[in-house]
Design a protein around this ligand. Structure first.
Ligand SMILES: [Zn+2]
Length: 250
């Protein structure tokens, strides 16, 4: 849902000043230099460091930056609990529109060439939502946090060498981290809106369903993962290549 496998040519759009929503500046008794300095800082996008990882988020609103860092933290916690982690720094940029990805629009994209995650503004994700799409079915803040968790997973896996050997496995892991970032009750509601919550086999998670119905792919991935007796062992098998999903192209 947020940019397929990250292999295509990607666009990381710099945030506009309006995306950062700089506050009005009141200069009461400053010097000309101080006034110019405050103008310059207002034109710069705001940044924040996601505390545990030192990943930097640039642009957007304080709310967006907070949600993105929370999504990164969710990805690091789940994958880290299974021994999948990286110390590689990643830049995250709040763009000013949906992202272009291989001729379609994405909420977020990870570009492995420059280790950058670009994420559309939350209000754009909401205003341009499609019926029965991710931002139509979920609370926008929850949806936004969870897409950050999804892309953070791609970045962590990229550093661990899973990409692009097994892109279906890459998307499976991003999907289960995305779903894990959603509060359980809302997650259950989302799944019920998408499909009957029945047991799912690994064979039902493949490139075909990703291509035609990425939301179903993610829901199936979660239903499969959440029923695993040894989830960490399975995730590590996906990372190592010991387990591969069916890679059918569409
Ligand atoms: Zn993805």
């Amino acid at each position: 849902m947020t940019g397929k496998n990250g292999r295509g040519p990607l666009i990381a759009t710099a945030p506009s000043a309006s995306a950062g929503r700089p506050a009005t500046i009141w200069v009461l008794a400053g010097t000309t230099a101080a006034f110019l300095q405050s103008l310059a800082s207002a034109a710069q996008p705001q940044t924040v460091s996601c505390s545990a990882s030192d990943w930097i988020v640039t642009g957007g609103t304080a709310d967006e930056r907070r949600l993105i860092c929370e999504g990164v933290a969710k990805a690091e916690a789940l994958l880290g609990s299974c021994g999948i982690r990286t110390s590689e720094p990643v830049d995250l940029v709040v763009a000013d529109s949906l992202l272009d990805f291989c001729g379609s629009k994405a909420h977020a994209v990870f570009d492995s060439r420059d280790k950058t995650i670009s994420i559309a503004p939350m209000d754009v994700c909401v205003s341009e939502r499609i019926e029965n799409g991710y931002f139509d079915l979920l609370n926008p803040q929850v949806a936004y946090l969870s897409i950050a968790a999804h892309e953070a997973t791609h970045a962590i896996l990229d550093a661990n060498g899973i990409r692009p050997k097994q892109w279906v496995g890459n998307e499976y892991m991003a999907a289960i981290v995305q779903y894990a970032a959603i509060p359980p009750e809302e997650r259950d509601d989302l799944i019920e809106a998408l499909m009957e919550p029945v047991p799912v086999s690994a064979e039902e998670i493949n490139g075909v369903i990703y291509g035609f119905a990425p939301l179903i792919f993610a829901a199936r991935s979660w239903l499969h993962y959440s029923a695993l007796p040894q989830p960490c062992a399975f995730l590590n098998d996906v990372v190592s290549g010991a387990f591969s999903f069916v890679d059918i192209r569409y």
